[in-house]
Design a protein around this ligand. Structure first.
Ligand SMILES: *Cc1c(COP(=O)(O)O)cnc(C)c1O
Length: 369
């Protein structure tokens, strides 16, 4: 820290992202990216009009211009996908930025926030950035969320559904009950993983004016590197978030990401194929781990949260790393023996299972000596 960091800057506790290795080639199962490339329409959109005659692809030449501050083609594609009005959609530089707009718009010292003790680590980080008081509610012993603790809670709420890092999903009826019971507060649903087997609360928006649905292109649409997220809600909530966006960065989504996002959103079939493939691989991997004696939570996301029967979470994590496989783990007491395993390609997951089987056998061998 420099001696110039202001007092409130000292109090901020930043989020620690998962490792992005630059050198050694790892099988990367640590940050829930999609193992498959984005829709072919994404490259087509960015390279449109490019041929031997034009020295620079037109969309690349256009990078000299600022992006559309209304992000029209992207907003239009999102609204089209979900059958909502364009005024009900706002886009951001990743859903992390969307979360920031929402927290800044709806929460402050007089409007605290409630979320689970085990959920996305960016929520408390944002609260510390904005000075938002928050209450964490412990998940149940089996990592499910008891909706009674959210009904009528008198606070704004954010729920990741499916949750991270557990992968466990709530039915829409639960989200609806929470939203209906808190009519004076905003209920935010972070649906980063919804396309892998959850149900989107977008379908509740007609009934719940206090509901805000947040999604990302980073997971199911293979565009983590483009940084695109969005929220859908009633037009007044979205207008409130536009106030924040336009006070912070009116050009928050860059030109290439606007194009890429619109193209990816229009290719519903490709997204559905990729997510179906990942779901199949998830179920196969889960079976494989259970056969080795692991505890595996019921995941509706593109990752598994699992506990090794013979090693601590830390030992298993480190041995996988030595073997060239990166997964994610946390030191928090309740989950320190679990690891979160992103679902990679079929081949990646075969190697992962084979390696795990060997590590478990080695450990058991050592113990029986
Ligand atoms: C990955 C993730 C996000 C962030 O996605 P970006 O759009 O890449 O910023 C948001 N919420 C949850 C729960 C996530 O896991």
């Amino acid at each position: 820290m420099s001696r110039f960091l202001c007092r409130s800057g000292e109090a901020i506790s930043p989020y620690t992202p998962g490792e992005q290795p630059r050198e050694r080639k790892f099988i990367k199962l640590n940050t829930n990216e999609c193992p498959y490339p984005p829709s072919p329409r994404v490259a087509e959109a960015i390279l449109a009009g490019f041929d031997a005659a034009s020295p620079v692809p037109p969309e690349i030449a256009s990078l000299r211009l600022y992006s559309d501050p209304e992000e029209k083609v992207l907003i239009n594609a999102i609204a089209g996908f979900y059958g909502v009005e364009e005024e009900q959609v706002i886009a951001g530089n990743g859903s992390d930025e969307i979360l920031a707009f929402a927290f800044r718009a709806f929460c402050d010292a007089d409007a605290p926030l409630q979320f689970a003790d085990l959920t996305y680590g960016f929520y408390p980080a944002l609260c510390s950035l904005f000075g938002i008081p928050y209450v964490t509610v412990p998940l149940e012993e089996d990592f499910t969320l008891d909706i009674e603790k959210y009904k009528n809670c008198g606070r704004n709420v954010i729920i990741a559904n499916p949750n991270a890092p557990t992968g466990i999903a709530l039915p829409l009826s639960a989200i609806e009950e929470i939203a209906v019971s808190n009519p004076e507060h905003v209920v935010m649903v972070d649906e980063a993983y919804v396309d892998f087997g959850g149900e989107s609360a977008v379908h509740l928006l007609d009934r719940c004016e206090n509901l805000l649905v947040i999604q990302t292109f980073s997971k199911s649409r293979s565009l983590a590197g483009c940084r695109i997220g969005f929220a859908i809600g009633n037009r007044d909530l979205i207008a409130d978030m536009q106030r924040i966006r336009c006070s912070f960065n009116p050009y928050n989504v860059n030109r290439l990401s606007i194009l890429a996002g619109a193209a990816a959103m229009k290719d519903r079939e490709y997204m559905e194929q990729c997510t179906a493939r990942i779901r199949r691989t998830r179920e196969k991997t889960s079976e494989g781990l259970k056969n080795l004696g692991f505890t595996v939570l019921d995941s509706r996301a593109n990752f598994l949260f699992a506990k090794c029967p013979v090693m601590s979470g830390k030992e298993y994590f480190l041995k996988l790393r030595e073997a060239g496989i990166l997964v994610r783990r946390w030191d928090m007491e309740r989950i320190c023996d679990y690891v979160r395993i992103s679902i990679g390609s079929e081949e990646d997951m075969e190697i992962f299972l084979k390696t795990t089987k060997e590590l478990v056998a080695q450990k058991e061998g050592a113990e029986n000596e």
